[in-house]
Design a protein around this ligand. Structure first.
Ligand SMILES: CC(C)(COP(=O)(O)OP(=O)(O)OC[C@H]1O[C@@H](n2cnc3c(N)ncnc32)[C@H](O)[C@@H]1OP(=O)(O)O)[C@@H](O)C(=O)NCCC(=O)NCCSC(=O)CCS(=O)O
Ligand SMILES: Cc1cc2nc3c(=O)[nH]c(=O)nc-3n(C[C@H](O)[C@H](O)[C@H](O)COP(=O)(O)OP(=O)(O)OC[C@H]3O[C@@H](n4cnc5c(N)ncnc54)[C@H](O)[C@@H]3O)c2cc1C
Length: 427
């Protein structure tokens, strides 16, 4: 009898939790939609044209409680999870991809890693900046190591009570506007490699003069956020600004990537929002545009395109929701699946939406033209579609597939597999 009562109470509590979670998500969706439609949407074209970082949108996000909402309450945030964050990001990105990306980096990525692995001091520094409206920058990619991120050459040499960082990063989102930086580097002690770790640096703070911003890339889309080089020249980072990976520095890269899986799903949510934004435009357009004396939505060719677009969007949303369903960081495989599928879907759906507009979609006066350019990034940034397929295949097969010649073939890079085989046979 008592056991039955316990079971009923547990079920009722679970139902209540589920209900309160659903109503929280709905409230975030409504508030984010309102902001997107009334504030971000009307500004999106001019941000794209001027290629200027939308500080006013950052402050609007901040004032609505959307910057740093995943930061724990103890540090001034709301302690929300990735489930809530992706709802925000999708809604904002329907109207403005640039602002969607800001919402990602203000809740996931660097700030997520610091909140999970950081010391009290590190968490306070990060929380204060983000809650004020700073979108952190994550610095992984280098000119010679993009997909092959573990080949990075930026080094952090342990000297006295700190580290000296030297290297060059590029394609850093927010270069020159972000203050909080999480910099990935190879750690050396007495010239001995220790593994990859993250270093927290606040641009503009005394002592951080060794971090400087290089040239800006002129990008195809998402033009309101600068993508720049970041130079680290004898940058001194105190030891207490090393983000201690829980598995130790030797496994530091894996820990950092575990946290980065959050941002991968965030990137997927931006791509989803862009696809939905373009779909909405297309659906409205084909209902009112007439050719051959009737609305073009009466043509089956367009009806089937629209149906495929809607199904693809729903499938992407399901993968994203699956990735953020648990607590903590999204799983590596689920994050890769969500980002891979959604990014390719968004490229297709935004292009199909443009196609349904005819010439009107090709005009820079039409938001769909911008959405096509904005969506294109997501099969590249955050892990390319090819690399994500590698990650997924490796997980499916339960095997590691190192991509270097040495690692994969177990042959010296200078010799072809055929040469090595011939040598073996001749012996
Ligand atoms: C991981 C790769 C760089 C491939 O490099 P390697 O072959 O050298 O590395 P692996 O042996 O595969 O991995 C080393 C280590 O890390 C663990 N790992 C790797 N990825 C993850 C992950 N996503 N989640 C958790 N753990 C991960 C892996 O299991 C290994 O651990 P063990 O040694 O087994 O313990 C390459 O696959 C890759 O991911 N390249 C893409 C790099 C990337 O995503 N860059 C993003 C830059 S930031 C950006 O683009 C911002 C844009 S945005 O809008 O977000
Ligand atoms: C808009 C934008 C914003 C970005 N923001 C950031 C940021 O904030 N921070 C940051 O650190 N980085 C950032 N990046 C960089 C991004 O993470 C890299 O561009 C990405 O990881 C790919 O690296 P790469 O461009 O050097 O391409 P490469 O690695 O040189 O790849 C070139 C081509 O080869 C393919 N390829 C490479 N290796 C393999 C393989 N093993 N198997 C199959 N195909 C392979 C790739 O898929 C791609 O098609 C950003 C990029 C963009 C476009």
């Amino acid at each position: 009898m008592l056991a039955d009562l316990d079971r009923i109470t547990a079920r009722e509590n679970a139902d209540l939790n589920e209900k309160s979670c659903a109503s929280r998500l709905e409230s975030i969706r409504e508030r984010a939609r309102d902001l997107a439609q009334n504030v971000f949407g009307p500004r999106a074209a001019s941000i794209d044209k001027a290629e200027i970082y939308p500080w006013e949108n950052c402050f609007a996000l901040r004032d609505a409680g959307f910057m740093g909402m995943t930061i724990p309450k103890a540090y001034g945030g709301q302690g929300l999870g990735y489930r809530e964050a992706v709802v925000l990001v999708e809604e904002v990105s329907k109207a403005c991809g640039v602002t969607g990306r800001i919402a990602v980096e203000a809740n996931m990525g660097a700030v997520g890693a610091i909140m999970a692995y950081g010391s009290e001091k590190q968490k306070k520094i990060a929380a204060e900046l983000v809650l004020e409206g700073d979108k952190p920058a994550i610095c992984i990619t280098e000119p010679e190591s993009g997909s092959a991120a573990t080949d990075m050459t930026t080094r952090a040499d342990k000297v006295g009570d700190g580290y000296i960082l030297n290297g060059k990063k590029h394609w850093i989102t927010g270069g020159g506007v972000s203050r909080l930086h999480l910099i990935f580097a190879q750690v050396f002690e007495n010239d001995e490699p220790q593994g990859i770790a993250g270093f927290i640096v606040v641009r503009g703070e005394p002592g951080a003069e060794g971090l400087s911003i290089g040239k800006r890339e002129p990008t195809m889309g998402l033009r309101g956020i600068p993508e720049t080089e970041v130079y680290l020249r004898d940058l001194h980072v105190p030891a207490d600004m090393l983000l201690q990976p829980p598995s130790g520095i030797r496994k530091g890269f894996g820990d950092l990537m575990t946290a980065y899986n959050g941002q991968r799903v965030g990137a997927a949510a931006v791509a989803l929002g862009l696809a939905v934004g373009a779909y909405d435009q297309a659906e409205a357009f084909i209902q009112q545009r007439e050719q051959f004396g009737r609305p073009i939505c009466e043509f089956q060719g367009l009806q089937w395109m629209l149906a495929d677009m809607a199904v693809q969007i729903s499938a992407a949303r399901a993968l994203i929701n699956e990735a953020v369903n648990g607590t903590g960081f999204p799983d590596k495989m689920k994050a890769a699946q969500a980002k891979l599928f959604t990014s390719e879907m968004a490229v297709k759906v935004t292009n199909d939406a443009l196609q349904m507009h005819g010439a009107a979609g090709y005009s820079r006066n039409n938001p769909v033209e911008r959405m096509v350019r904005d969506a294109r990034m997501f099969t590249i940034g955050g892990g390319t579609a090819q690399v994500l397929r590698n990650v997924i295949a490796s997980d499916l097969l339960g095997r590691k597939f190192p991509q270097t010649r040495e690692g994969y073939m177990a042959y010296p890079a200078s010799k072809s597999p055929v040469d090595t085989l011939r040598e073996k046979v001749e012996k």
